[in-house]
Design a protein around this ligand. Structure first.
Ligand SMILES: [Cu+2]
Length: 126
C-alpha cells in the first residue's frame, strides 16, 4: 500500500516537471511564437519631394504588419526597400509582414532628377 502511494506521488512529480519544462520552453523561444502571419499594423505615410523623403527612418518590430503609403508631392518617385523585395510607387500603398530582422536601405527607384541620390532612408526591423 505504501509502495503504491509512493509510485503515484512520483508520477505526479514527473507530470509537474514536464508541465513546467514545456512552459519554460515556450518562453525561451520568442521567435517561434512571433505571429508572422500579421502582427499589429504599423502605418507610415511617406511624402516624396525632389529633395528627398520626409521620413528617413521606418522602424518596426519583427512580425509587425507594415503598411507604407507613398505620396508624390513633387515629381514621380517610388520607395524600394533593398533586401526586402518591396517597392511602393507614388500614390500607392503596400502591406507586408516584417519577417526579417535588420537594417535595410530604401531608396527611390525612379530616375527623378538631379537629387535622386538624396532619396534614401532606412527600414529597421528589430
Ligand atoms: Cu525620386
Amino acid at each position: 500500500m505504501a509502495q503504491l502511494k509512493r509510485t503515484a506521488w512520483m508520477g505526479c512529480l514527473a507530470l509537474a516537471a514536464i508541465l513546467i519544462l514545456s512552459a519554460c520552453g515556450k518562453i525561451e523561444d520568442p521567435a517561434a511564437s512571433a505571429n508572422l502571419n500579421g502582427g499589429p499594423v504599423k502605418e507610415f505615410t511617406v511624402h516624396a519631394r525632389s529633395s528627398g523623403y520626409d521620413i528617413q527612418e521606418i522602424k518596426v518590430k519583427m512580425g509587425d504588419t507594415v503598411k507604407i503609403t507613398l505620396k508624390n508631392e513633387q515629381g514621380m518617385h517610388s520607395l524600394k526597400i533593398k533586401g526586402y523585395n518591396k517597392e511602393v510607387r507614388g500614390g500607392k500603398t503596400i502591406t507586408f509582414v516584417a519577417d526579417k530582422a535588420g537594417e535595410f536601405d530604401f531608396s527611390c527607384n525612379v530616375s527623378c532628377g538631379k537629387n535622386h541620390e538624396n532619396m534614401t532612408g532606412k527600414f529597421i526591423v528589430k
